[in-house]
Design a protein around this ligand. Structure first.
Ligand SMILES: *Cc1c(COP(=O)(O)O)cnc(C)c1O
Length: 390
């Protein structure tokens, strides 16, 4: 069986985790800050806060930017539901911006058009969450310019994109955003089992993210309301959560992070093989923008169904029946029953709908062999057990 994505755990990764298990701190020990410092340095950003999932990171990122009831948060419908759920957790309203036909990322043209309308109606967003779909950066420079003109903040959902770069700099440096989020779920580029991280250059945002991860508690005298009663003293100054990452997870994350370049290079190698092998096949290959170096979390084909003389479902089943667990990223979020009852209209997202009608994610992870890649390419057009007669 070939899944669409999976982790790659080395003996060194295992050894690091075992060391923590044998040590004094399973959580709130030295490994979390060590992992945070490594990722912050590698991402060329001032601060990183590790948490128990990217979903938690998105939630406290929204809170740290002041998202609350009455606010609007906009994101791409071509994402996992967490990209928009985070705003709902804060009592805000969500809206979606159609995607770009070539990159499947948020469309800057559609965003600008929607901002002009929203300005007239007094419904401008407080925060926009561009998603680095499949590991490729959206047009962050243009989105950043729009954020200054229309007064919104930016959270980059880079759950797919640790190890990617944009305009020659690592994704996560927050040059064009207030906060960037990474995910360490096992299908992502590096893993901690479950886990995520929020990165920022802003001291105040950092202090808030740090408190919200752990109940809204601070031990920093400068952030306290009262004078400390003694050396035991801490203060809860807002309502936070237990979103902490354990040291067991951080040890795995730190070890995996040492292998980031290896992972991303291997993903590029696989992507290059796919680009070569699918060259004359009836598919549209994922367009790579010149200013972006993708981490290739996903490899998405758009099927030319007319030429394939099959439906999307038939092709999906052909792969799955031969043990190749293709997937579809993503079901448009506004189509989820929980969201559609908020009144979203399918007609408002023509590019997303067109994409959804022919997209297919084929396997992409460092452990894939060349034989497996050839098998995957073959299965696009040839059912298993099919024999050519001559
Ligand atoms: C995986 C993912 C998330 C959520 O990540 P978790 O770590 O599982 O919470 C959020 N956004 C996107 C785009 C994702 O792919």
């Amino acid at each position: 069986m070939i899944p669409y994505g999976r982790q790659d755990i080395s003996q060194a990764d295992i050894d690091r985790v075992v060391e923590v298990l044998k040590g004094d701190f399973l959580t709130q020990g030295p490994m979390v800050p060590k992992f945070e410092a490594a990722v912050a340095a590698g991402s060329q950003v001032n601060h990183a806060v590790a948490v128990n999932s990217a979903t938690s990171a998105l939630h406290i990122a929204c809170l740290a930017l002041g998202v609350g009831p009455g606010d609007y948060v906009w994101t791409s419908p071509n994402s996992f539901v967490a990209s928009s759920n985070c705003a709902l957790y804060c009592g805000a309203k969500v809206d979606f911006v159609d995607i770009d036909k070539d990159t499947y990322n948020i469309s800057v043209e559609a965003l600008e058009f929607k901002l002009i309308q929203a300005e007239k109606q007094g419904t401008l967003p407080k925060v926009v969450i561009p998603v680095h779909f499949a590991g490729q950066a959206p047009e962050m420079d243009k989105i950043h310019i729009l954020s200054k003109k229309y007064g919104f903040k930016i959270i980059e959902d880079a759950s797919h994109a640790i190890g990617a770069s944009y305009k020659g700099k690592p994704v996560g440096n927050c040059e064009y955003s207030d906060i960037t989020i990474f995910s360490f779920h096992p299908v992502k580029i590096i893993t901690t089992g479950e886990g995520g991280m929020a990165l920022t250059n802003d001291e105040k945002i950092y202090a808030t993210l740090y408190r919200l991860r752990s109940h809204g508690i601070t031990r920093d005298v400068n952030q306290m309301v009262n004078l400390p009663h003694g050396p035991w003293y801490y203060e809860q100054i807002e309502l936070g959560f237990n979103y902490r990452m354990t040291d067991i997870q951080a040890a795995l994350g730190y070890s995996q992070y040492q292998r980031l370049n290896e992972f991303v290079s291997k993903r590029h190698q696989i992507a290059n093989t796919y680009f070569e092998l699918f060259k004359n096949k009836p598919v549209i290959l994922p367009k790579q923008m010149p200013d972006s170096y993708s981490s290739f979390h996903l490899f998405v084909l758009q099927l030319k169904l007319e030429e394939l003389e099959s439906s999307q479902t038939q092709i999906f089943e052909r792969f799955r029946n031969s043990g190749i667990l293709v997937n579809l990223h993503y079901i448009p979020i506004y189509r989820q029953p929980y969201y559609s009852k908020m009144g979203f209209k399918i007609e408002d997202f023509p590019n997303m709908e067109e994409y959804y009608s022919r997209a297919l994610s084929i396997p992409m992870y460092p452990g894939l062999t060349n034989d497996q890649l050839k098998e995957i390419v073959l299965r696009l057009t040839t059912p298993i057990g099919h024999q050519t007669l001559f």
